[in-house]
Every structure is written in C-alpha cells, then in structure tokens.
Design a protein around this ligand. Structure first.
Ligand code: TYD
Length: 353
C-alpha cells in the first residue's frame, strides 16, 4: 500500500503532518509525497527543510477547500492522509468559523474529489479522541461509542468524521478514520500545553494551568502516532475507525511538575488561572483494535516528555521567533487577564478549587 505509492499528505507543514512525511520518506525509499499545505500560523515551512531537495518530495501551497487544486493533485495519487485542520481548542472558543471551513468543508472537498478518482485506494482521515467528549474516571472510548464533541474544535472534527462515514457508505470510498490521543514531540506549535509550558519555563515565564490542573490527558509521542498511521494505512479495514492511545494518562499538574523538574526550574512558575470554558475533564481511548494489528507505543510518558523537552532545548531557533510575531497578540488575549489574576502554586496549600 505504501511501498512505491504516490501519497498526498495535507497539512504536511504542521506538527504531526511534518513528522509523518519525514517518517514516510525514511521508511519507504520508493514512495513519492505531495504535501498540500496552506501555511497557516500553525505550520512552518522550516519543518521540512531537510527534505526540500529530495526528488521524491513536492510541496504545493494551497487550501484543501480549493476544489480545482485538490482535483489536480488527487488525479496523481494512490493514498491520501488528511492532516490539514484547525486544531487548537482555545482558538475555537474565540472564533470557530475557520474550524468549520477547514475541518468540515475542507474534508468534504477532499472526499468528494477522492470519490471521483478511482486511483485513490486509501483515504486516511486523521481525527482526534476529542470527538468522543469527556470520559468519566476509568472509562475508555471504544470506536463504536457515540460521539459527544463538546468544544467547537471537537464538533468540527466530528463533522469531518461523519462525512467520511457518509462517503464510505454512499460511494464505497475506502476511508479509514483514526482518533488519536494528545500528541507531543518535535515541532508542535507553542500554543499547545506542553510546548507552551516547556518554552515558558525556559524563558522563566509563568505556566498558566487551567482550573485545578487535575484534568487528564493521554500523552502519545508523535513518532508512535506516525507508526500507527502507517500500519493502519497498510493493514486497516476501509470503513473502520481506529483509536490511537498510549495509555500514558497524567493529570496536567503532574505533567507541569515533571517538565519543570526536567528543566530544573522552580515549581513556583506554575500559576492556577481561570479555567477554559467547557473544559473536558478527561480523555482516554481503548486502542485494543489497533494493538491487535501489532502496534504498541514505544515511548512511555517520561520518555516522550524527555525527548520533547530536549528538542525544544536544542531548537530555540525554531520557536523563539514565534514569541516575537503575531502569537504575542494571541498570548495577551488568552493569558493577559488570566495571569494577572492567577494563583501561584503553593506546595503546602494544595490546588485551588
Ligand atoms: P491542549 O494542549 O490545548 O490540548 P487539548 O485541549 O486538545 O487536550 O491542552 C492540554 C491540556 O492542558 C488541557 O486539559 C488544557 C490544559 N491547558 C492548560 O492548563 N493551560 C494552557 O495554557 C493550555 C494551552 C492547556
């Protein structure tokens, strides 16, 4: 399926997409990759500078909502991986229109083009565990569970997933949906919790922890995610959904403490700040269906975190300019008031309610 395939990767200049393209080019010497990316704020052309001269790799700047452009590319490929998405929950709380456009309409444009191109043998929709909504303690979402998206971001991804199902049922398009846990690793935009906290600590700036900091996420190292996607494209069944979770569940406060320890920075950098609206308390997925195909994560929580921290330490050139650009305005809007009224961590006093 991938060995000598022509592969369209959308959103390939983003965090997971760029890691996946590097993974493909390394693992499959005879594959060819076209990367369609709009180059929004969340992407970075430098993410793929190491393969720019590789004859197997081609970059096309453009929008997945552009049907004509998509049709031209779709005619030339065997496999599609759709990573292109607006992904940050906090931004979706400020403005959700771009999420609907890219995550719902953009997915539709890709699917509609793929169904008119029988050369396309697999369409992998890279989705998220957030479509299941919040999980009660001990529960883990199965692929057959109903979707309960609770943020505008999760709702837009659920809209994309629903269309994938529709195109499989209606047209027999060989679509597979994947729903992964929270990713960490190299080249993740600093708006997300882990890179924001790591780079803030390196700058001796406070770490804004929402609410009581007891929310739980499952932390998946991006390379483990890439290996899962590769396996699913090869061995997965069209029309099926595959969860991708590492069972590295941690509370946000414990994660914050662990990364401060790794960086040898004081816990007093933690600030409890006003919570995110509609903040999902816990995500967790059951990935036994994927594990039955032979996948297992190679990185536990600490190893994933250590590698991530090390990458941000070694690549200040990558993230420092982001703080000097338009991100400053977003940071101010998202965190200005929150940090002004934030409560510093007190090792004796526990967490605020
Ligand atoms: P995030 O990285 O935004 O991923 P998601 O919301 O998609 O899971 O957030 C991960 C967790 O960290 C989530 O519980 C929200 C929390 N968080 C903070 O406490 N402070 C922050 O500044 C951010 C961005 C997230």
């Amino acid at each position: 399926m991938l060995d000598d395939a022509r592969i369209l990767v959308t959103g390939g200049c983003g965090f997971i997409g760029s890691n996946f393209i590097l993974h493909l080019l390394e693992r499959y010497p005879d594959c060819r990759v076209v990367n369609l990316d709009k180059l929004t704020y969340a992407s970075n052309h430098a993410n793929l500078r190491d393969v720019e001269g590789d004859p197997r790799y081609r970059f096309v700047q453009g929008d997945i909502c552009d049907g004509e452009l998509v049709d031209g590319l779709m005619a030339e490929v065997d496999v599609v991986f759709n990573f292109a998405a607006e992904t940050h929950v906090d931004r979706s709380l400020m403005e959700a229109g771009s999420f609907i456009l890219t995550d719902v309409l953009g997915t539709h444009v890709l699917l509609d083009s793929a169904r008119r191109h029988p050369n396309v043998k697999r369409f992998v929709q890279v989705s998220t565990d957030e479509v299941y909504g919040e999980m009660s303690p001990g529960a883990r979402a199965k692929e057959s569970d109903p979707l309960h998206p609770r943020s505008p971001y999760a709702a837009s991804k659920a809209g994309g997933d629903a269309q994938c199902n529709a195109f499989f049922e209606t047209y027999g398009l060989p679509v597979i949906i994947t729903r992964a846990a929270n990713n960490i690793g190299p080249r993740q935009h600093i708006e997300k919790m882990v890179p924001l906290f790591v780079t803030s600590a390196m700058r001796d700036e406070p770490l804004p922890l929402y609410g009581d900091g007891r929310q739980v996420r499952d932390w998946l190292y991006v390379e483990d995610h890439c290996r899962a996607l590769e396996l699913i494209a090869r061995e997965g069944e069209p029309g099926e959904v595959y969860n991708i979770g590492a069972d590295n569940q941690e509370e946000n406060i414990r994660l914050a403490k662990a990364l401060l320890q790794l960086l040898e920075k004081p816990l007093s950098l933690i600030r409890f700040v006003e919570d995110r609206k509609g903040h999902d308390r816990r995500y967790a997925v059951d990935s036994s269906k994927l594990r039955a195909l032979g996948w297992a994560p190679q990185h536990d929580f600490l190893s994933a975190l250590e590698r991530t921290v090390q990458w941000y330490q070694e690549n200040r050139w990558w993230w420092e300019p982001i703080y000097a650009g338009p991100f400053r305005d977003y940071y101010q809007r998202q965190y200005g008031d929150r940090l002004a009224s934030g409560v510093p961590y007190d090792p004796e006093g526990g967490t605020p309610q």
